[in-house]
Design a protein. Structure first.
Length: 200
């Protein structure tokens, strides 16, 4: 069943702008409360960084990141209509120069992705329902691939649902996990700096 709705950008230079979307079964737009929590927690990690909206869907999270000061947003989405809509709204909102939309299978994109430098980035993953339930192992492999490639101090965030296999997260104790009803936000800060042993 298809349902048309509007999603509003919450804060920043594009505050109040609205995106009209048709929500279909399996699609999972990030609720406004979840977006507010996401950017509140990321805080100063958004301005001045590139933001990757992986499984972009409506693209509202990446556009919100641009609104809040991200240097640019890269959207990875396999649906032709969604890709066209993201490009349309980026142009309407006059941020087309800060937006790159890649029509690609996310799993293949992750295998090929090579960060362009050593500056930290934000990676936001909000997979559709079927990917969390039917492709759990593939999704965990995707997540590990991105964590291995992301520059030091990058932040990887997953929007998941109750039932997500938290026990399979790498370095489980290093994740910051927040619950919002049935939704969860999982944050991981990439750190490759070796621990300094205390002086004797």
């Amino acid at each position: 069943m298809l349902e048309k709705t509007q999603i509003r950008i919450v804060a920043g230079t594009l505050r109040g702008r609205k995106i009209s979307v048709v929500v279909h079964e399996g699609m999972r737009p990030t609720p406004q409360m979840g977006r507010e929590a996401l950017f509140s927690i990321l805080g100063n990690a958004v301005p001045g960084r590139v933001f990757f909206d992986v499984f972009a869907g409506t693209g509202v999270v990446g556009l919100e990141a641009v609104s809040r000061g991200a240097t640019s947003a890269r959207f990875i989405e396999n649906d032709t209509r969604q890709v066209a809509d993201i490009q349309k709204y980026a142009s309407q909102f006059s941020v087309g120069d800060k937006v790159q939309v890649l029509k690609a299978d996310v799993y293949r994109w992750a295998e090929r992705w090579i960060p362009t430098g050593k500056e930290p980035v934000n990676l936001f993953l909000s997979p559709p329902f079927p990917d969390l339930s039917q492709k759990a192992e593939e999704f965990l492999t995707l997540m590990n691939t991105l964590l291995e490639k992301a520059p030091d101090e990058s932040v990887l965030t997953i929007q998941a649902e109750d039932g997500f296999p938290l026990d399979k997260l790498p370095n489980r104790e290093a994740w910051d996990i927040r619950s919002y009803g049935r939704n969860m936000l999982l944050f991981y800060v990439v750190s490759r700096t070796p621990a300094v042993a205390p002086e004797a």
